[in-house]
Write a protein that binds this ligand. Structure first.
Ligand SMILES: C[S@@+](CC[C@H](N)C(=O)[O-])C[C@H]1O[C@@H](n2cnc3c(N)ncnc32)[C@H](O)[C@@H]1O
Ligand code: SF4
Length: 489
């Protein structure tokens, strides 16, 4: 397979200064969750929505790819937090749905297995994510890991990673030991905040300081090699003081890694609160975090969100590290999961409705459970790879050139000149990396590397212009729009 023909919108060129300014203005949108504005920006690349055609293209896309990451989505949680951007089914349906869901996942493994001849391919990273993948019975998680072994080769030393809430880790120490026994070496726990009023307002009952400590102890006893703690900032009504207390608590938990998530509002139940949070508040929180974490022995280059205590270890799961540095293709299984090959991007059914109906229906019909599949142009694929690179605040120059057959400077001559002239990025031995100033202006810098159609979308938002087809767009596009705006993580 090769790149798709570049759309007219992706043949445009915009002034870097204008795009940079638009990224800063639309700072709640211009981030690593790429692309945005699918309905218009990605439309020219959409593969016809016929199951047989989507199955054919989706399978073809994996020809010649020998190494990949695997992501398995588990859409269950004890309770839905109002800030969450992920695909989670209504918790009241959990019990009846769990076994059915894992049965469907097993069938999805089989379907992909035969479509792409998976036993010849090697996993270089494997994340079980959610939702809360520590919530289901361990026997179901065991089925997922067995299926991965049955259908893929495992790169020696590759680590499997899973996520838990503090409450599960605190209440179920045996489960932590059992998960470790399955061969999972890295576990990530979402603390988010310890501010009680904020936890309450966000509908989150899963984290409180004493629960987090007990959770940490059980994870330690279980013997996981790598422990990460997630904390979040950028909430309305989150004071700098409360952020400081949360950071101190995360440090006191003494994990190997701490990941900072800036709240992304798009598609969440509290999307309307985005305007209450200014870029100045965000900067103050980022600076405080950097200072506290450095002082506590955690390191990250400017713009990187995962701080690591271990020298030479980026702190992210193998799956994410490979995606970020090398743009390695990944297969996403499960409700609403995203898949990226070199030339295609697709989303599984279920992100919008957050129920199993369509996903189940497709699998039971013997089809890959795809909702939307895009055959990417080189520009669209570059935008995707570089956006994800910014998780680490830098673009790996050799990886980019390997993937696209040209240097970053050839692909983005004006943009690279702009970031160097303005002191926003600088060269290291192997990367083009954000400077401290560039990290402050992160949202502007990342937008410079978006595909032109996506830049145009941002520019139109700033100018207050319509960005969607006008006449009858709701009837024609609403379901797709709803699906995609929720499926970008
Ligand atoms: C899939 S969630 C799962 C973890 C687990 N269910 C929990 O809540 O502890 C992974 C992380 O994404 C982050 N996250 C969730 N919603 C987010 C949002 N709207 N914006 C930014 N980060 C978000 C949280 O820090 C969370 O720990
Ligand atoms: S933040 Fe975690 S527990 Fe809360 S709804 Fe999202 S995935 Fe579930």
């Amino acid at each position: 397979m090769n790149w798709n023909t570049t759309s007219a919108a992706d043949r445009q060129h915009f002034d870097p200064a204008e795009v940079f300014a638009a990224g800063l203005t639309e700072h709640h949108l211009a981030n690593t969750a790429y692309p945005i504005g699918h309905v218009t920006t990605m439309r020219p690349y959409r593969v016809m929505r016929r199951d047989a055609e989507m199955d054919r293209v989706a399978a073809l896309a994996w020809d010649g790819i020998d190494q990949l990451g695997l992501y398995v989505h588990v859409p269950f949680c004890e309770k839905r937090c109002s800030f969450c951007e992920y695909t989670v089914v209504d918790p009241k349906d959990n019990q009846s749905a769990e076994d059915t869901y894992f049965d469907l996942l097993m069938r999805e493994f089989e379907l992909w297995g035969s479509a792409i001849d998976s036993t010849r391919k090697t996993l270089i990273g494997f994340d079980i994510g959610g939702g809360t993948p520590a919530l289901p019975k361990v026997s179901n998680t065991a089925r997922v890991i067995e299926a991965a072994h049955k259908h893929f080769r495992f790169q020696p030393g590759m680590q499997i990673s899973i996520e838990t809430t503090p409450r599960i880790a605190a209440n179920e120490p045996q489960k932590m030991r059992d998960l470790k026994q399955l061969g999972i070496e890295r576990i990530s726990m979402g603390v988010q905040t310890i501010q009680p009023s904020l936890l309450k307002a966000l509908g989150r009952t899963a984290s409180a300081a004493d629960i987090n400590m007990a959770a940490r102890d059980h994870i330690g006893v279980a013997g996981f090699e790598k422990f990460n703690v997630d904390v979040m900032y950028g909430f309305a009504r989150q004071s700098l003081r409360s952020w400081q207390e949360t950071l101190q608590h995360a440090i006191d938990l003494a994990p190997e890694y701490i990941t900072l998530y800036r709240m992304r509002y798009k598609g969440t139940r509290i999307a309307a609160q985005a305007d209450q949070v200014t870029l100045d508040q965000i900067h103050a929180m980022q600076t405080l975090a950097k200072d506290m974490l450095y002082a506590a022995g955690y390191d990250a280059n400017p713009g990187k969100n995962t701080y690591s205590k271990l020298v030479g270890d980026p702190g992210t799961s193998d799956y994410l590290t490979e995606r970020v540095i090398n743009g390695t293709p990944y297969l996403g299984l499960g409700l609403g999961a995203q898949t990226l090959s070199h030339h295609t991007l697709s989303y599984n059914a279920g992100a919008a409705g957050k129920n199993l109906a369509l996903y189940q229906q497709k699998i039971e019909a013997g089809r890959l459970p795809l909702q939307d599949l895009y055959h990417l142009s080189r520009e669209a694929a570059m935008g995707k790879m570089i956006s994800v690179s910014f998780y680490f605040g830098e673009i790996n120059l050799a990886a980019f050139e390997r993937k696209f057959g040209m240097s970053v400077e050839t692909a983005f001559p004006h943009e690279v000149a702009f970031v160097i002239d303005r002191g926003l990025m600088e060269y290291t031995d192997s990367t083009l990396r954000l400077t401290p100033q560039g990290a402050q202006d992160y949202n502007g810098v990342i937008a410079l590397f978006y595909a032109p159609a996506v830049q145009e979308h941002l520019l139109k938002l700033v100018r207050g212009e319509r960005t969607r087809p006008v006449r009858g767009w709701r009837r024609l596009w609403q379901p797709e729009y709803e699906a995609l705006k929720l499926a970008t993580a």
